[in-house]
Unconditional design. Structure first.
Lengths: 331, 150
């Protein structure tokens, strides 16, 4: 048991004992390896359930808009969660003084798909040790990597197993929290990765559209991405409108493309790049190349990053001095 | 947007989103209301601020080869600042469509000023020529019932 988890439990226990909050939202180990699950702690006796590791896939800020308004809430938040919470507070979705944020520096979320692919079969147990991930498989069946074959216990480098969004993460340390547990980790890209929008833009328009069409056509319209996203909280989503029906709600190409385009566009300047949408997707559809592009534009045009300042998101406001595409003919 | 264009397939199909206040001269407005060729579909909105990115996407998905958005100059909006909000949003939306492989020329914006009588005719003619040069849209045209809209 590491010191960080003990500190989290102590702090959760303290704020419950002193009635600062009624509920603490965190993660418990869950029942499946590689997948910790969100948990709601309401009494001191339950704090022993709390864990925090690289298998905590969800963004806990999503519960902010689902809980009863005004309930005093404690949330264990990593970098992306703290940014999402701040962005939600700016959008008036919760009041800051009702929240008690327990900040934890994040070392990145592990991608269970990458781990399962390398393990070659079902994983029965998983744990972390320093910068290594230890995986146990049932039979030690031959893994794609020949050196691992026949071995029931595999060790992987943590940095190799990070989820793509976490490998690109710029702000792993929580901001604007009430208490910061543990040592801050260095800011900036933990793993050098190519800039996603630049990489995508280097392709020809036909290739770009083909990639988009190929990715989106797998969509089964389960809306797991919407449910996992902390910033998707509309009471009626545009795809659920029936009169007029703006987007087809079937899995036709028109329907899925319009869903993916508009979902991403609604996140313009609001997406905190946590990658929860991609981790939630049962069809393993890549989506962050859309939101990353929009975030990149917002950074360049308005110097804005979601959750990093107290300003309104750029598309919620306007200025007379914007780039005037209407008359400049500039692209 | 529910009626069918009677033009033959092959001529560029254009959707014109027009703010109802942007054509200051009655003659121009009357021309747009009555004299538009059949392959240009006019959609009048109360203000450019009403044009949701969804409208633009729907037009393109439904088979429009080009979309023209025209509105009032900044500071001359009937509702004071509706056009400024539209400028930010639609500009960013078109950047996203271009990022996904659409030709940037397919969506054209024009601010019409008080003194620019007859500009709209010229703009539409130029735009038609541009679209004719590009050929029919291929990217993002995915509506199964495309003919309903255009």
């Amino acid at each position: 048991m590491n010191d960080l988890i003990l500190a989290i439990r102590q702090e959760a226990s303290r704020i419950l004992r002193e009635s600062i909050v009624k509920t603490v939202i965190g993660f418990d180990a869950g029942t499946l390896p590689l997948k910790a699950q969100p948990t709601f702690i309401t009494s001191q006796t339950e704090v022993e359930k709390l864990v925090l590791n690289g298998f905590c896939q969800n963004n806990l800020a999503v519960y902010l808009t689902l809980r009863p308004k005004g309930e005093p809430l404690g949330i264990i938040c990593r970098g992306c969660e703290s940014r999402a919470i701040r962005a939600l507070i700016i959008e008036q979705q919760y009041s800051r003084d009702k929240l008690y944020l327990i900040g934890v520096p994040c070392t990145g979320i592990l991608d269970w798909r990458k781990i399962e692919a390398l393990a070659g079969e079902n994983v029965v147990a998983a744990s972390e040790e320093g910068d290594q991930v230890i995986i146990s498989t049932a039979s030690g069946a031959p893994a794609p990597d020949a050196s691992l074959a026949g071995n029931c216990e595999h060790r992987f480098q943590r940095s190799q197993m990070l989820h793509d969004s976490c490998a690109r993460c710029l702000h792993p340390n929580p901001i604007a929290v009430d208490i910061l547990l543990g040592e801050p980790v260095p800011e900036g890209n933990p793993v050098p990765v190519p800039h996603l929008p630049h990489e995508f833009e280097a392709k020809s328009p036909i290739e770009r559209f083909a990639y988009f069409a190929r990715e989106s056509e797998r969509c089964i319209r389960c809306y797991a991405c919407r449910e996992a996203c902390p910033m998707c909280y509309c009471t009626q989503c545009f795809v659920d409108h029936t009169t007029p029906r703006w987007a087809e709600s079937t899995v036709s190409p028109a329907g899925v493309q319009s869903w993916h385009i508009m979902r991403a566009f609604h996140q313009t300047g609001r997406c905190v790049s946590c990658g929860a949408c991609e981790r939630a997707c049962p069809m393993d559809i890549k989506m962050t190349y859309l939101t990353e592009k929009l975030n990149d534009d917002m950074r360049k045009l308005y110097g804005f990053e979601a959750g990093m300042s107290e300003e309104q998101p750029p598309l919620a406001t306007f200025s007379l001095y914007d780039r005037d595409r209407f008359s400049d003919k500039e692209r | 947007m529910k009626e069918r264009f009677t033009c033959q397939r092959g001529s560029p199909r254009i959707v014109l989103f027009q703010c109802q206040y942007c054509l200051y001269s009655d003659a121009d407005q009357k021309w747009v209301d009555t004299q538009l060729t059949k392959h240009i579909k006019l959609i009048k909105t109360p203000c450019t601020g009403r044009i949701s990115p969804l409208f633009v996407l729907n037009a393109i998905q439904a088979g429009a080869d080009g979309v023209v958005i025209c509105g009032c100059m900044p500071e001359k909006c009937h509702f004071k600042e509706g056009n400024l909000g539209a400028r930010r949003q639609l500009d960013e939306f078109v950047r996203l469509l271009v990022y996904l492989g659409m030709e940037p020329e397919r969506v054209h914006f024009s601010w019409i000023d008080l003194t620019e009588r007859g500009r709209i005719q010229q703009e539409l003619e130029d735009f038609e020529n541009t679209i004719a040069g590009l050929g029919p849209a291929k990217q993002l045209v995915t509506r199964s019932n495309a003919s309903i809209t255009l």
